[in-house]
Design a protein around this ligand. Structure first.
Ligand code: GLV
Ligand code: MG
Length: 349
């Protein structure tokens, strides 16, 4: 058996003076993690409005930021963190990966200069629990040094074959873990998948129906990410963490983006990345539960006040298990309603 900390030590701060780790994650609505390039002044100038439109703003320092702009991006992130009040909107950053020349300065400068503003650090290319342990310890030391008053959480990107193999150990690695996102572009490369896309399906990944006489055989395109999302959701929910679908790179195909987000939502994910402003509304629509589903779920809860027994609603059997499903949907609807008065009215909450 691999050695792990005792339960008591698991929840002890890793540095004297660092804040206590959370026992349970703060309750937050995180339907879209909206990526912005912090070295781009024009985009930073619009941030005040962006903050109002999204659940999470993420300053991206990793892939898509040119090597020559990495330091400008980091400084840009620090100034946007200091200049704005984010209110209920989360502030995250995606730092460079741990073996890169930039990661150490990303972590030390951001905690020193904006540690009390940042909610979550997204760590790319996580391969195993050792990556989380390293960042966990370093963050605790920096939090203690800079007087950070609540723990900065870690969100892992699941985007290497080894990371997927170790997903449970990553989820279990620290009470600082917030959740995970599927990174389909890097994961495809790491696995040797034969694709050139950033997420979404592939026309050649399909099943072919049996031949039936002369009739043309139907082909059904399948979800390339089904297995990985399922594995990630199980690992995350076992440890009380939040699973997310990551990026969808074809901005011209909003229908396909919506379909991919919806599969992830139905499988248990709580949000996805928005890389383009057009994807904000898609994520909002998909990751807010459907009004009809919420109204039906409320009927289940009302019909079974103590959550036990069996009742029939519209010919459909309900019992303790459907009550629990209904509660997942209604709890999420309440969270959406608390932020969005129009949705609150539609849900009747
Ligand atoms: C995201 O980082 C990805 O590689 O898909
Ligand atoms: Mg990646």
């Amino acid at each position: 058996m691999t050695a792990t900390r005792t339960p008591a030590k698991h929840f002890a701060p890793l540095a004297i003076g660092a804040p206590e780790p959370y026992r349970a994650l703060p309750v937050r609505l995180e339907r879209m993690i909206h990526f912005i390039p912090p070295h781009n002044e024009k985009i930073r100038a619009k941030l005040k409005d962006t903050i109002k439109q999204v659940d999470v703003v993420l300053g991206n320092l990793e892939d898509a930021i040119p090597a020559g702009e990495k330091e400008v991006a980091r400084k840009g992130f620090v100034s946007m963190a200091r200049e704005h009040d984010f209110g209920q909107t989360g502030l995250w950053t995606r730092i460079n990966c741990l073996n890169s020349p930039w990661a150490l300065d990303d972590i030390t400068e951001i905690v020193a200069e904006a540690g009390n503003k940042v909610d979550v650090i997204m760590l790319p290319k996580v391969e195993g629990p050792w990556d989380i342990h390293y960042l966990d310890q370093l963050l605790a030391q920096l939090e203690a040094r800079h007087g950070v008053n609540r723990p900065i959480l870690i969100h892992a990107i699941l985007e290497t074959a080894e990371g997927v193999k170790n997903v449970e150990a990553i989820a279990a690695a620290s009470p600082r873990m917030h959740g995970m996102s599927l990174g389909p572009a890097d994961l495809a490369a790491s696995r040797g998948m034969k694709t050139t896309r950033v997420g979404g399906g592939h026309p050649d990944y399909q099943v072919l129906a049996d031949a039936a006489g002369e009739a043309p055989r139907t082909r059904y395109q399948q979800d390339l990410w089904h297995y990985t999302v399922g594995k990630m959701v199980d690992a995350c929910l076992s440890y009380g963490l939040k699973p997310f679908y990551g990026p969808f790179g074809d901005f011209s195909d909003s229908a396909a983006c919506e379909a991919q987000f919806r599969n992830a939502f139905l499988q248990g994910c709580l949000g996805a990345w928005s890389l383009h402003p057009s994807q904000i509304e898609i994520a909002k629509r998909v990751f807010s539960p459907d009004v009809k589903e919420v109204l039906f779920a409320k009927r289940i809860l009302d019909a079974m006040p103590d959550g036990t027994g069996a009742v029939m609603i519209d010919g459909k059997m309900q019992d303790d298990a459907t009550w629990k499903q209904a509660k997942v949907i209604v709890d999420l609807a309440k969270l959406v309603a608390s932020k969005d008065p129009a949705m609150a009215a539609a849900y009747g909450l």
